[in-house]
Design a protein around this ligand. Structure first.
Ligand code: RIB
Ligand code: CA
Length: 330
């Protein structure tokens, strides 16, 4: 009998966020205490509606509360709409019915704080969108740093190019102030970045498995086909990276990636390099860059950064876990 560990999934659904939820449920490893939405791929109002609809489609909305995230990034700029990759409303061409569950009074950040107290030392927080909610939780109560058992997020680009600008990954770019605040807060973190997620691709053969696997994987297959097409339009080879599902996978098994300890400092002020994640490996020893007082002051050696894929085949496990989800004709 698997003892399921408490987790909160903080997401900006978004196609890969959506299938990350089904993957999380399919692993059978997690007791999902809340599904907290955040703005990012779409404005917060839309990602909240998408999260509610996905909770219903995954048949968890009666038991798992869905919370609404902050309306804007810490930088006060609006979230950029990524409908070019995720579709006009963020879930491909789907128009999923809303959940009938009541709307919780708590915001996403408030739910994160409450659950970090209720499950002190046990709670995993997995973030697959901008870090706005986590930053707000930290601003509200810095002791959040010590109460969370594990914090894993999808974001950043340690040694590879960005995907929203030449140097920045989307989640970090969408709210760089939040990212900087979180990564310099002292919270131990695991960064599942593009260096790793581009090592686990989902392709036509994987899609064929899901399309043949019956109604439980039909929604995921439709969503992933849209995502693959978006990457193909961008010059890709017909595959798509499994960014957000990989972050969920790393929460349970770090052998999906290759981790290196160090610090990550996020550029939040400069226009050209907004959202760039500057990785300083611990092997560099103490953090001392006299030419850059900001880098010296902000870098905290509390991170473990994925510099590539690991030995265990994530794509294979992802496809298998989706098929284990007890779905219907979603
Ligand atoms: O850069 C990839 C990240 O940006 C993923 O979380 C995807 O959902 C988008 O939000
Ligand atoms: Ca996301």
């Amino acid at each position: 009998m698997t003892v399921r560990s408490p987790i909160v999934l903080d997401s900006d659904p978004g196609i890969d966020d959506a299938v990350a939820l089904q993957y999380l449920l399919g692993t059978g490893l997690w007791d999902l205490k809340a599904y907290t939405s955040v703005g990012g791929n779409l404005p917060a109002a839309q990602t909240y509606l998408n999260a509610r609809a996905l909770a219903r489609a995954m048949r968890i909305d009666a038991d798992v509360p869905v919370h609404r995230g902050a309306g804007r990034p810490l930088t006060r700029l609006p979230y950029r709409v990524a409908d070019d990759f995720h579709g006009p409303a963020g879930l491909g061409h789907e128009t999923l019915p809303d959940s009938t569950a009541a709307h919780p009074a708590e915001s996403s950040a408030q739910a994160l704080l409450r659950l970090s107290r209720e499950y002190e030392g046990e709670l995993t927080v997995c973030a697959t969108g901008p870090l706005t909610n986590v930053a707000i939780a930290l601003l509200e109560d810095p002791a959040f740093v010590r109460r969370v058992r594990r914090f894993v997020f999808m974001g950043g680009a340690a040694r590879v190019p960005g995907n929203i600008t030449p140097v920045a990954e989307f989640n970090m770019w969408a709210d760089p102030d939040a990212a900087e605040l979180v990564l310099s807060s002292g919270i131990p973190f695991t960064m599942v970045d593009l260096d790793a997620s581009h090592g686990w691709l989902f392709g036509p053969a994987d899609l064929a498995v899901l399309e043949a696997a019956g109604p439980g994987t039909a929604l995921a297959a439709r969503l992933l086909r849209v995502y693959m097409d978006a990457y193909r339009r961008g010059g890709g080879d017909g595959t798509c990276p499994l960014h957000d599902p990989l972050a969920v996978g790393v929460c349970a098994d770090e052998s999906y990636v290759t981790l290196t300890e160090g610090a990550v400092v996020v550029e939040s002020a400069a226009e050209l390099t907004r959202g760039q994640t500057v990785f300083i490996p611990s092997a560099a020893g103490r953090i001392y860059y006299p030419e850059s007082p900001a880098l010296t002051a902000r870098a905290r050696l509390t991170g473990r950064v994925a510099l590539g894929p690991g030995s265990r085949d994530f794509t294979q496990d992802f496809v298998a876990a989706l098929q284990r989800w007890p779905g219907t004709d979603a």
